[in-house]
Design a protein around this ligand. Structure first.
Ligand code: CP
Ligand code: NVA
Length: 302
């Protein structure tokens, strides 16, 4: 039966470790262009929101593995003219070998997956960004070794990226502290099951200093995600105390690393000094999306 990747909860701990191990192997083997397991295969990228990294890294990953990609901006497909998702999924399954979907509602990727006979991969929804977290965890493992003994801090919005970090903490078993302003924390439908499953503490705070204290990894993201443009001005005010700056970074361990999935807004959620500073690993993190996406495609596309 085909397998989808709609959220981190679709993966076991062993699955996550296997994808990351494969990605690390791809990274080591970077110069090898003879491994082409996906010759003759084509994936579709249905993107309803902007993307630089996810789109290009999935495209490059598929090409490097010998396959092809067709990019489907929703405004150019019949989805823009209300063709049902179920029909789209069934038709595309006759042409393609997999779909990567970036959209608003999680229900959209679920509906596509329910009707497709090919794997559907979530390339970001309002609720989750699972592929991103696999690259983030790979980056932490590269820099710090095993996750289990680390303390990870999330500072800022309790958004799609935070949600996937929460599910990763529960699945992999590492400690995660989140500092989010009141009313902007993670959704209970994500947090509560994770708290039940977790072996290590997942601690929500409002005070960023508390979340960051003694952390090995500090992670942040934009204050207004795609689709929240109308709230951006209000969020600027609310999130101001949640900026990742050198003062906040001093509360973490001296060798803490800083992650940001990018794109970043310097001077908002993170200062240029921290983003460009010696503790920032954001460009390795961005590169790792390519290796992780190669691993996902090599393991999921049949
Ligand atoms: N991190 C990430 O998903 O970037 P893009 O929006 O550029 O794909
Ligand atoms: N939370 C951000 C992530 C972008 C990669 C957004 O959804 O816009």
């Amino acid at each position: 039966m085909k397998k989808d990747l709609l959220g981190i909860n679709d993966l076991t701990k062993e699955d996550m470790k296997a994808i990351i191990a494969r990605a690390i192997a791809f990274k080591k083997d970077k110069g090898n262009t003879s491994y082409r397991p996906l010759v003759g295969k084509t994936i579709g990228l249905i993107f309803e929101k902007a993307s630089t990294r996810t789109r290009v890294s999935f495209e490059a990953a598929m090409f490097q593995l010998g396959g092809n990609v067709t990019f489907l901006s929703t405004r150019d497909t019949q989805l823009a003219r209300q063709e049902p998702l179920a029909d789209t999924a069934r038709v595309l399954s006759r042409y393609l070998d997999g779909l990567v979907v970036r959209t608003f509602a999680q229900e959209t990727v679920e509906e596509l997956a329910n009707h497709a006979t090919i794997p559907v991969i979530n390339g970001l929804t309002d609720l989750y960004h699972p592929c991103q977290i696999l690259s983030d965890v790979m980056t932490v493992i590269e820099k710090k070794g095993a996750m289990e003994d680390l303390k990870v801090a999330w500072v800022g919005d309790g958004n799609n990226v935070a949600h996937s970090w929460i599910e990763a903490a529960a699945t992999l078993g590492f400690s995660l502290s989140l500092a989010c302003p009141g009313g902007y924390g993670p959704q209970p439908e994500v947090l509560e099951p994770a708290l039940k499953k977790a072996q290590k503490p997942i601690l929500p705070f409002e005070d960023p200093a508390k979340a960051v204290e003694g952390a090995d990894v500090i992670n942040t993201d934009v204050w207004a995600s795609m689709g929240q443009e109308d709230e951006a001005a209000e969020r600027q005010k609310v999130f101001r105390p949640y900026q990742v700056n050198s003062e906040l970074l001093r509360l973490a361990k001296g060798d803490a690393i800083v992650l940001h999935c990018l794109p970043a807004h310097r001077g908002e959620e993170i200062t240029a000094e921290v983003l460009e500073g010696p503790q920032s690993v954001v460009f390795d993190q961005a590169e790792n999306k390519l290796h992780v996406h190669k691993a996902i495609l090599a393991m999921m596309i049949k």
